[in-house]
Design a protein around this ligand. Structure first.
Ligand SMILES: Nc1nc2c(c(=O)[nH]1)N[C@@H](CN(C=O)c1ccc(C(=O)N[C@@H](CCC(=O)O)C(=O)O)cc1)CN2
Length: 284
């Protein structure tokens, strides 16, 4: 019987534990604070920011949302991040991606102080993950790792195939799995023999943002499938990168979309923000 790995299940459990931690911090007069910056009016980005704000407020994290129009100048964004860097009520800062083309994403992410970088995108945190040292880990990959552990999926010695090489998901999940002794293969838009490689995967992580990229004939029987895709159809429905109905018949474990990895991405943002608040107290 195929096991459907619902992120909502673990997310609810973890959010309840985080709410208790936030209540404990309140007894020490500390409220974790999260600043979220969004540039432009991309429908999906606005949806994610709304979900983040609601989730943060529900567990008692203070959230500050700053919205800019898409003609924003880079210096204005840098100035705002620097304000949050110095603001003691803010423990986590994130800039919703993607950014408009006139803004240098790398420069922006490097402006966020590494100790407030709850997205884990600053090169210092990327380097720490690469060295298997403590630091902030990007939310989606961290959420996937927690889900695999929760559902009892062993990683060591498995062949993990990652389809997608983004800095947000593909590269960091590959690094996490490598740190956990998986044998990791990356596939991307220039990979010539995609199906040949995905069929070898014990664990297949798909993060390309293209609906139904992975079909039943591309997987090995009994594989573990993690679908990171979120494509909004014109009907408003959201679908993943995996043809769920046909693939689920052949897989042992599979995440759905929605209610799979997405809710864990949000939960890990809350987790990193609470961690940041706790770390900053212990340094005072
Ligand atoms: N600064 C960042 N930007 C982006 C990140 C990120 O981690 N940090 N990741 C993605 C988008 N993302 C978070 O920002 C994200 C994607 C999906 C979900 C989610 O909960 N999806 C739901 C479906 C959504 C719906 O119902 O409308 C699901 O899969 O169940 C949350 C966050 C790019 N940018």
């Amino acid at each position: 019987m195929t096991k459907i790995m619902y992120g909502t299940e673990l997310a609810n459990k973890m959010r309840s534990d985080l709410k208790n931690e936030v209540e404990d911090l309140a007894k020490k007069n500390i409220q974790p604070g999260l600043a979220v910056i969004i540039v432009g009016d991309d429908y999906a980005s606005k949806t994610y920011v709304r979900i983040k704000r609601n989730a943060a407020e529900k567990i008692g994290i203070y959230s500050k949302i700053v919205e800019f129009t898409d003609d924003l100048q880079e210096e204005t964004l840098i100035k705002k991040i620097n304000e949050f860097n110095e603001d003691e009520s803010i423990h986590g800062i994130l800039v919703q991606l993607p950014l408009p083309p006139q803004i240098d994403e790398r420069k922006i992410l490097e402006t966020i102080k590494p100790e407030k970088d709850v997205d884990g995108f600053h090169p210092i945190n990327v380097g720490r993950l690469s060295n298997n040292q403590p630091g902030f880990i990007p939310c989606t990959p961290l959420g996937i790792e927690k889900m695999l552990t929760y559902y009892g999926v062993e990683v060591a010695g498995k062949h993990a195939v990652i389809v997608g090489r983004s800095n947000i998901v593909g590269k960091p999940i590959g690094q996490i799995l490598l740190n956990k002794d998986a044998t990791v293969t990356f596939c991307h838009s220039k990979t010539k023999n995609l199906k040949e490689i995905t069929k070898q995967a014990d664990l297949l992580i798909v993060a390309v943002g293209q609906a139904h990229t992975i079909t039943e004939d591309m997987i090995k029987k009994g594989a573990v499938i993690v679908d990171v895709g979120n494509t909004y159809l014109e009907s408003g429905k959201v679908v993943g990168d995996v043809a769920f109905e046909e693939v689920k018949e052949k897989a042992d474990f599979i995440t759905p979309v929605p209610k799979g990895v997405g809710p864990m991405t949000i939960t890990m943002l809350l987790y990193n923000t609470v961690l940041s608040a706790k770390t900053q107290i212990s340094q005072d």
